[in-house]
Design a protein around this ligand. Structure first.
Ligand code: F6R
Length: 357
């Protein structure tokens, strides 16, 4: 039930701090340590490469998950769009594990890959929000998101849950492999939950940003580097699907290879700057677009912020910034859609679960 909320999407965005806390709790063992089911841990450790298969927002969560498994567990990962994988299967490693990320557990594009790789006898793991869903039943293993029902067509809390659960799985696998990582993930996730709370409590500011940058915009760009790039593509998808503003997410350095031709006076460019090692580069990209008339909105993080940044998110561990930086992009999209009187919970042409290929 959406209760006093005007839209499910708003309610679900507000639930995100609680979702992260619930995941910490659900994935803690009797000693209070982060843990995943022993059989799943074994399957991950037995793999020489993980193949993440997903669509839409879940694919974007997979892009972040790749970095977690590679950096926290030392396991190589490929991320594939499920609808492409079927007819363009890459050469596989000797011992692959297929990981399906799907909020609904019903996406036909992802299921057709599951069916195919099961025929080849490869092990499969589904990361889903819906216990008992088709992809959960048909895979060997399931990791649940524990985000509660997601009703709004635009996925918000499920993305955050997917990224958090992937971080935990990667971290636990890394620990069990004796990989040295100087992170107390449980504590860092608790800090993330508080950071998300701060942002969902700043709605007036985010509504103002939507008004200042998107009220009359025909198109918009989202740029970032490294993990900020992964979030840029998700920010663009959110804006497109609910406000119908044409939007693209780009790697900051890629813009100059063609797309910068589209920048004109007043074009909104949202630039994420939460990654220290590329902070200077992305700020350089912002200068390039501003010189061509763009209306740039820099979203940085405490400790890396500079004068003129429009929004500064609370400081979190550098690997976990996607969990926090995505929140303002969701809320900005929401308000941009409201300004245009769009049906936020049920955008045109879209269904919550896509059961056709
Ligand atoms: C975007 C959105 C879609 C889904 C995609 C996959 O907000 O909701 O892009 O992420 O259709 O759906 P699932 O995760 O249910 O497989």
């Amino acid at each position: 039930e959406k209760g006093t909320y005007p839209h499910y999407m708003l309610k679900e965005m507000d639930e995100q701090p609680g979702v992260v806390r619930k995941i910490i709790q659900e994935y803690s063992d009797a000693n209070g340590e982060l843990a995943i089911d022993a059989s799943i841990l074994k399957a991950i450790k037995a793999a020489d490469r993980l193949y993440i298969i997903a669509a839409g927002t879940s694919y974007h969560a997979g892009l972040v998950g790749k970095q977690y498994f590679e950096k926290l567990a030392g396991i190589p990962v490929e991320v594939h769009i499920s609808s492409e994988f079927g007819y363009n299967m890459p050469l596989l490693s000797e011992k692959p594990l297929f990981i399906f990320i799907t909020q609904s557990g019903e996406t036909a594009d992802s299921r057709q890959v599951l069916v195919k790789v099961k025929e080849l006898n490869y092990p499969t793991l589904t990361v889903t929000n819906v216990p008992g869903s088709t992809l959960s039943r048909e895979a060997d293993y399931t990791l649940l998101l524990h985000a509660g029902p997601e009703i709004a067509v635009a996925s918000t809390k499920a993305y955050v849950a997917q990224v958090a659960v992937l971080a935990i799985a990667a971290y636990v696998a890394g620990q069990s492999n004796g990989k040295e990582v100087n992170v107390d993930l449980k504590q860092e996730l608790a800090i993330v939950a508080n950071g998300i709370q701060t942002i969902v409590d700043s709605k007036e500011e985010l509504e103002q940003i939507a008004e200042d940058y998107l009220k009359i915009a025909r198109n918009a760009f989202f740029i970032g580097r490294n993990l900020d790039f992964c979030v840029s593509v998700e920010g663009a998808l959110k804006l497109k699907e609910i406000s119908y503003i044409q939007a693209e997410g780009f790697a900051g350095g890629e813009l100059k290879h063609g797309t910068i031709a589209l920048i004109e006076n007043g074009t909104p460019v949202f630039a994420l700057a939460t990654q220290e090692q590329v902070a200077l580069n992305i700020r350089g990209n912002v200068k390039e677009v501003v010189a061509r008339g763009a209306n740039a909105c820099i979203i940085s993080m405490e400790g890396l912020n500079e004068e003129g940044d429009r929004l500064v998110i609370p400081k979190v561990h550098p690997l976990l910034t996607p969990l926090v930086s995505v929140i303002p992009l969701q809320l900005i999209s929401y308000y941009a859609a409201l300004h245009r009187r769009c049906d936020v919970d049920k955008p045109r042409n879209l269904a919550k679960s896509v059961t056709v290929e």
